[in-house]
Structure formats: C-alpha cells, structure tokens
Ligand binder design. Structure first.
Ligand code: ATP
Ligand code: ZN
Length: 314
C-alpha cells in the first residue's frame, strides 16, 4: 500500500504574499524575528509609518479629540467587561509570570535543561495583551457623559494571536483610533460622516480603495451567526485595497465601526438624557497602510509619485 503525503500546492495568493514578504525583508524594510507576523522595523519603515500616522491625525483634527494613551497590556478585569473572550477566544492572549519558590525554579530549570518547554511553570498574571486600543477608554467614562458626547484619539499596540506569513497580518501591530461615545445618532454620524474623508485620505496615498460592509472574525459556529448579523446591521465598514491584485481578496487597512450599545451596556455609560450610550470608532491600521504603500509604490519612498509624497509630506 502506498501512502501519499498530502501535498499543499501554494496558491497564487500564497505566492503573492511570500513575494511581498521577501521583498520587504530583502530590501530591509522589515526584519524577520523568527515568529510569523512578528517583525523588527527599520528606518525606512518608520519614516513612512510616522508620515501615515501624522496624515491620519491631521485628517481628524477638527474632531478635537482628547488624547489618551494606554500600555500594551490591560487588567484582566477590564478585559472581562469587553466580552472579547466570548467572541474572539482564538485571538486573545494573556500574560503569565513566575510566582514559585526556589524548588519550583529548580524544576523549571531542570525541564529547560531537558529541552522541554518551561512556560507551564508560569502562572496567569491577571493581565491580557490589548487586542484593540479603544477598550480601556470605556472603563474610564463609566457614568453619565456630557450632552454633546465625547471624542478620543487613541493609538497603541494591539496583539492578536493570528500568526501568518502574510506581511499584512501581524501578531503585534498598531491602530490609531478616533472614538466617539454619545447618542445612537451621534455615534452613527461619527461613523458614517467620516467615511468619505478616510477614503480620500487613503486614495490620496495612491492606493485603490473600496469601502465594503464587513464583519469581525467571530469564533466558532455561533460566530458565523454573529458575523452575519453584523453585516446585516451594517455595523462595520472596511477600507480595503487590492495589495495582491487579482490573486486574492482586497485587504482591510482601516475600519469604521458602530458598536451600538455594546460598550455602553457593559460599562454602564449613559447619555445626559439617561439612555444607554452608543459608541463608534474609526481605526487606521498603521502597519497595514504602510505596507500597502510599499506594495503599491516600491520600497524606495524617494521614487514614489510626487503627489503621493506630497500627501504624506515625505
Ligand atoms: P472594534 O473596536 O470593533 O473591536 P477595531 O476597529 O478596533 O474594531 P479592527 O477593525 O478589527 O478593530 O481592526 C482595525 C484595523 O487594524 C484593521 O482595519 C486593520 O487595518 C488593522 N489590523 C487588524 N488586524 C491586523 C493584523 N493582524 N495585522 C495588522 N493589522 C491589523
Ligand atoms: Zn475600536
């Protein structure tokens, strides 16, 4: 009897992703850290990344958002209230730390000596890696918000456990979010009203953009229903660009999200007239926009079209 190994023939999309990844590494834009979706960044990457962020902030300047910055980890209790683990258990990741005594340390070292994994000697530390940068804000505004609502400018680290060789899918990345907490109408206005400006900003970078109804990657069988509901209720729009041409679907580089009363309910936030607050956020995926630019225009920003350089003030 012959057993044939299952052969996985790389698809056109696999090849396109591998080619972009190879170019970014060979041209020293990114540095491979040895774990899929985890990269070091060089000066040329940072130069474009900073220009993208500055342009994104400028495009939202009229909102006069309050600036908030948070660490890349959040307390377990705060994470709990977002319900993230119910919807995205596969993307979540927690921090563990060593809390044992000398004996436990010796056991750890012995396991390590034997070439075994030693992380099981660590204990959960009541800290989660932040999967979305807007999460901590809802806990801060618990209670009644002012009549006109609140606007926040938040950028920070996001971690999502989705290892991939696609350079557009990282495990550690940054999003710059513009969050509004207010009434159902003002939340919807925040989300819908800014879509044209976000679109023209990204188009001004010389990227081909489509704005499409989208869903989050909810986990499991129940998740399929949640995803369908999210699309039907038009809660999420993504700004997508065809990084890999015809080889695969266009990739989301930014999003505009209506949370309805999800966070308002979980965090007991009420409007001036006593209703549960609604919220919305606009999120720029900073690495994805940056890498889409390298994919579209090449790895030498000095040779990019003049209008693109101007839009980015490069
Ligand atoms: P919500 O607040 O409803 O949780 P969000 O807007 O904060 O949603 P997403 O829409 O999931 O978060 O992500 C925002 C942007 O972050 C995406 O449009 C994308 O550009 C970027 N992003 C998401 N996942 C990754 C990833 N694995 N690697 C790189 N960038 C990512
Ligand atoms: Zn958000």
């Amino acid at each position: 009897m012959t057993i044939t190994e299952p052969t996985t023939v790389p698809t056109a999309l696999d090849r396109a992703r591998a080619a972009l990844r190879a170019t970014l590494l060979e041209d020293r834009v990114l540095i491979d850290l040895g774990s899929p979706g985890l990269y070091g960044r060089t000066g040329v990457f940072e130069h474009v990344y900073a220009a993208v962020d500055t342009a994104a902030v400028r495009s939202m300047a009229d909102l006069q958002s309050s600036v908030l910055r948070f660490p890349p980890v959040e307390p377990l209790a705060a994470f709990e209230r977002t319900d993230y683990i119910a919807s995205f258990p596969d993307l979540a990741a927690s921090i563990s730390a060593f809390t044992g005594d000398d004996r436990a340390h010796r056991a750890l070292l012995a396991a390590r000596e034997r070439g075994e994994r030693w992380e099981s000697f660590l204990e959960p530390a009541d800290l989660m890696l932040a999967p979305a940068v807007c999460h901590p804000v809802y806990g801060l505004v618990t209670g009644t918000i002012p009549q006109q609502g609140l606007w926040f400018d938040i950028v920070g680290d996001s971690f999502r456990r989705e290892p991939s060789l696609d350079p557009m899918r990282l495990q550690a990345f940054h999003m710059h979010e513009f969050v509004h907490i207010g009434t159902p109408d003002s939340a919807k206005e925040h989300r819908d009203g800014r879509i044209p400006a976000m679109r023209s900003l990204l188009e001004g970078f010389g990227l081909e953009i489509d704005v499409v109804p989208a869903n989050d990657p909810f986990f499991g069988r129940v998740g399929k229903i949640l995803a369908r509901n999210q699309v039907e209720a038009s809660l999420k729009y993504e700004f997508v660009t065809p990084v890999y041409g015809d080889a695969g679907e266009a990739t989301a580089i930014s999003s505009a999200n209506l949370h309805e009363d999800h966070f308002g309910t979980s965090f007991s936030i009420t409007t001036a007239d006593g209703e549960t607050a609604h919220s919305a956020c606009l999120a720029f995926g900073l690495e994805r926009i940056t890498i889409a630019l390298f994919a579209a225009h090449g790895t030498d920003p000095a040779s990019w079209p003049a209008d693109v350089r101007r839009a980015l003030a490069l």
